[in-house]
Design a protein around this ligand. Structure first.
Ligand code: CO
Length: 161
């Protein structure tokens, strides 16, 4: 009888050990995947900032207008003075908008409707062909932005004194 107890106890220890080992192995691989995806996002953001090209100095104008055409912002990297109003006009038949960067900028999301637009928030509605959105930059800031349905469309407004 004693021998049987010893065998059963040994089996329980073996099986229990194998289960715990598998659980920790699973957790480890999940952690690795999370680290991998966050480092990919960082690389993605850096690439896009470089892709904006040379900064255009528009500090001599208080009203700036640019087109959105062929899935691009006409002047993707501009510098303006505090108080400048920038107007974007869509020339594509596909709808675009302008929205400040936020944490989940690689994810398509809903822009506000025209009624929901807040004049103090750099977040524009979807624009049909020929429609415009204006925003007045009242504070010194770096304002990277993108198009909600096409997050790879990127631009930036640097606001200086
Ligand atoms: Co777009």
């Amino acid at each position: 009888m004693k021998k049987l107890y010893v065998v059963v106890a040994a089996l329980i220890i073996l099986i229990g050990g194998a289960v715990i080992y598998n659980m920790t192995a699973t957790n480890r691989s999940e952690g690795d995947e999370q680290n991998l995806s966050s480092s990919n996002e960082d690389t993605h953001d850096d690439d896009n900032l470089e892709a904006l090209g040379e900064q255009i100095d528009l500090t001599n104008q208080m009203n700036v207008s640019m087109d959105i055409a062929d899935f691009k912002y006409e002047m993707p990297n501009i510098k303006v003075r505090v108080g400048t109003t920038v107007t974007w006009t869509n020339q594509d038949t596909v709808k675009h908008n302008v929205m400040r960067e936020h944490d989940d900028d690689d994810v398509a999301h809903d822009p506000p409707t025209i009624d929901e637009v807040d004049p103090d928030e750099f977040v524009g509605p979807l624009l049909a062909k020929g429609e415009s959105y204006s925003f007045t930059f009242k504070e010194v800031s770096a304002s990277p932005y993108h198009c909600s349905p096409h997050p790879d469309m990127k631009g930036s407004v640097t606001v200086v004194e």
